[in-house]
Design a protein around this ligand. Structure first.
Ligand code: SF4
Length: 455
């Protein structure tokens, strides 16, 4: 199903759409306040963008350097070309360690690789420990936002869900009670876990360290209690030096939620005595994106979610309408690179207003890249008959001034004289929720000519 159909479904519940829109705008507003308090924010963004551009131009060297350092730290490093290999590697590590119960903190990469269903099919219990992720896991849904995975759910819905799965009492959506119950439930899972899986926010080439950022401390709790820690990262997560962390950590939390820093920014270097750390480094189409000059900058993304919070289309269509692991503006650039036909509607799910590019902490030219995908999709993916014909007709009208003036006259006359029921009839999708203005007596061109003559 394409984006517009799924967005229409989401829009059936108008109250929920308004609430979703407001909730995300609130986060966007918090981001603005936090950003304005940082002197030199724009310089920081430019610096981050330059560091990432340097990383992408020398990615092979940085990855090899990172691997060498990590190995010398006692971390076991694995390479996966795609999602299938990633999942097999994780499964083998779990089997080797006889691990049957796994706790997992937020990792969009493991979502992308569909790790949870893969492991479940092999008889392994995987419990997502980020509260939002646990909510969507219990609801058998996918995250609708990369930072706020359950933002599409109201607290009353979580109340019902927890009653069903955790045996809680009805509480009218009391967030305090629900969080405390989730904490108790997850605490048991942490204590029983044989292994912990985490994502990676930043991997430092010069030291072999990697950093995991969470607000709930769940990645730390999992990795510190279980004897085996498996960290999964995409190849683009590398940064050259420890000192660069200062740039990215300052940008990430402010852009994501308006916090000065994530509550836990945990650095992992070497396994504790008697424990193991495995690191799985995954390509999964990223090197293909690297080879596309127009889109390679999309690999700068640090997954802050700011482009989603600000996007008027995302806020009013919901993350699930993108039907992709990463929704919103950045997802609409990344997904067509994976499957052009399947995700061909996504680059059109944008007003191209540029708000996403304006807030992006690593200065990705998001709206330009969306526009570029549109050019490619229009050529390579068959469009609907109606869209094709309409665009052809529009092309003829706009390229012939005489025809343009004549059609303008007819449309203005129609808007003044035809009954509203006819103007807003079924084929006029635009008119379903909007009233078109009364047609003016003269065109702008005519008005301008007359005005110039009278001066
Ligand atoms: S594209 Fe930019 S704004 Fe969007 S999630 Fe990535 S870093 Fe954040």
């Amino acid at each position: 199903m394409n984006h517009s159909i799924l967005a229409t479904n989401f829009n059936r519940d108008e109250q929920k759409v308004n609430w979703h829109d407001k909730a995300l705008w609130f986060v966007r507003h918090k981001r603005d306040t936090a950003v304005h308090e940082v002197k030199g924010w724009e310089e920081l963004r430019s610096l981050a963008s330059q560091i990432k551009a340097n990383v992408l131009s020398n990615l092979d060297d940085y990855l090899m350097q990172f691997e060498a350092r990590a190995l010398s730290n006692g971390v076991q490093v694995h390479w996966a070309v795609d999602a299938e290999e990633h999942n097999k590697i994780v499964l083998n590590i779990l089997k080797e360690n006889k691990a049957e119960k796994v706790v997992k903190s937020k990792s969009m990469l493991t979502e992308e690789c569909r790790l949870n269903p893969y492991l479940a099919a092999k008889g392994i219990e995987v419990v997502d420990t980020d509260l939002g992720e646990r909510i969507v896991q219990l609801a058998k849904e996918s995250p609708s936002h990369i930072v706020l995975p359950a933002i599409h759910k109201k607290k009353e819905e979580v109340d019902v869900l927890f009653q069903e799965h955790l045996g809680t009492k009805p509480c009218n959506g009391d967030p305090q009670y629900l969080t405390e119950e989730a904490r108790k439930h997850l605490r048991r899972k942490f204590l029983q876990a044989d292994a912990a899986i985490t994502g990676v926010n930043f991997a430092v080439a010069e030291t072999g360290d990697f950093v995991v950022c969470t607000n709930e401390g769940n990645a730390d709790m999992g990795a510190h209690l279980a004897p085996v820690h498996i960290a999964c990262m995409g190849i683009e997560k590398i940064i050259p030096k420890q000192e660069h962390l200062g740039v990215f950590l300052r940008l990430l939390a402010r852009s994501a939620t308006g916090q000065p820093i994530t509550t836990y920014s945990s650095h992992f270097r070497k396994p504790r005595k008697g424990t193991k750390i495995h690191l799985v480094i995954v390509d999964n189409e990223r090197s293909k994106q690297l080879g596309r000059p127009d889109f390679r900058a999309s690999l700068h993304c640090i997954r802050c979610g700011a482009c989603m919070n600000t996007c008027p289309v995302y806020r009013r269509s919901g993350g699930h309408s993108y039907n992709a692991t990463i929704p919103g503006p950045i997802g609409s650039i990344l997904s067509p690179g994976i499957d052009l036909k399947r995700y061909s509607s996504l680059p059109f799910a944008s007003t191209l207003c540029g708000s996403c590019s304006a807030v992006c902490p690593v200065k990705i030219d998001i709206h330009d890249q969306l526009y570029k995908w549109r050019q490619i999709i229009t050529k390579e993916v068959p469009q609907s008959f109606v869209k094709n014909r309409t665009m052809k007709i529009m092309g003829i009208i706009f390229s012939k001034p005489k025809k343009f003036r004549l059609i303008g006259k007819i449309v203005r006359w129609s808007l003044r004289n035809l009954p509203k029921a006819l103007i807003n009839s079924k084929p006029n999708i635009w008119g379903r929720n909007r009233d078109l203005p009364k047609g003016p007596l003269q065109s702008f061109e005519e008005w301008y000519k007359k005005r110039s003559e009278n001066e």
